[in-house]
Design a protein around this ligand. Structure first.
Ligand code: SF4
Ligand code: SF4
Length: 228
């Protein structure tokens, strides 16, 4: 009998929704860090998954429900930072650029960017910061077309159609589970599912577009740059 897999998106969502309002408010402080450290992509702005429009595949293996991003403190921080963007995107962008100290910021290290986060991204650029990132949301991608668009084997046909027509190949990424075929469209990078709870890399067939960091051929994104 097949082992039943937990839906990681649902697990994280329940944990996020269970955080009391006062704990989020206490973390909404301008004198505390907004960026997070990440061994693969250096520094990231981590957001909550209440912003996500997950697919069946990504919700099954959601990386925001794994490792340090799933710690209660990290979830509270993501919710607080999401509110700070709403409160004062200019202030948050200045703080991000300051904390980044010349390093390129990954958007979003967990969760999702919303179309209205375009204002934050504009301020990051205005203050001299650099950024890169991914989305699964068509509305967000339309607002910020420089983002990579993440596909997977369960991406709805209408979304695939958008990507085929509007997203250049160098902005397309594909999340691949062990049971999935190669990407349905030409993509720049393929991410074999990886993570502390979903250690599937060895079971995903190798492909030419595989992310070299996931395959442990480079130490981090700063040595590759395909998605920048
Ligand atoms: S879009 Fe990313 S963070 Fe959101 S549910 Fe999917 S894998 Fe998780
Ligand atoms: S393909 Fe390169 S830049 Fe993109 S995530 Fe992998 S290592 Fe980082």
């Amino acid at each position: 009998m097949g082992e039943e897999k937990p839906n990681l998106y649902q697990l994280r969502l329940q944990k996020e929704l269970g955080i009391p309002e006062d704990e989020i408010k206490v973390r909404m402080r301008w004198n505390m860090p907004v960026l997070s450290q990440n061994s693969k992509c250096s520094i990231s702005l981590d957001l909550p998954i209440i912003n996500c429009k997950p697919t069946k595949a990504c919700s099954e293996v959601c990386y925001a429900c794994q490792g340090r991003q799933y710690y209660r403190g990290a979830i509270i921080k993501s919710l607080a930072v999401n509110r700070l963007i709403e409160e004062d995107p200019e202030h948050l962008a200045r703080k991000m650029v300051d904390e980044a100290a010349g390093r390129t910021i990954r958007l979003a290290g967990s969760g999702e960017l919303l179309p209205e986060h375009k204002e934050l991204v504009n301020y990051i650029e205005e203050y001299g910061g650099s950024w890169w990132g991914f989305t699964r949301r068509v509305d967000t991608h339309k607002a910020m077309p420089r983002l990579m668009f993440s596909l997977d084997a369960t991406t709805p046909a209408s979304v695939l159609e958008y990507v085929k027509k509007e997203v250049p190949v160098d902005r397309r990424a594909y999340l691949r589970r062990p049971e999935d075929s190669p990407a349905p469209l030409e993509v720049a990078v393929t991410f074999p599912v990886h993570g502390s709870r979903t250690r599937y890399v060895g079971r995903v067939p190798e492909g030419e577009t595989d992310c070299p960091a996931v395959r442990k051929r480079v130490e981090g994104c700063w040595l590759c740059g395909t998605c920048y």
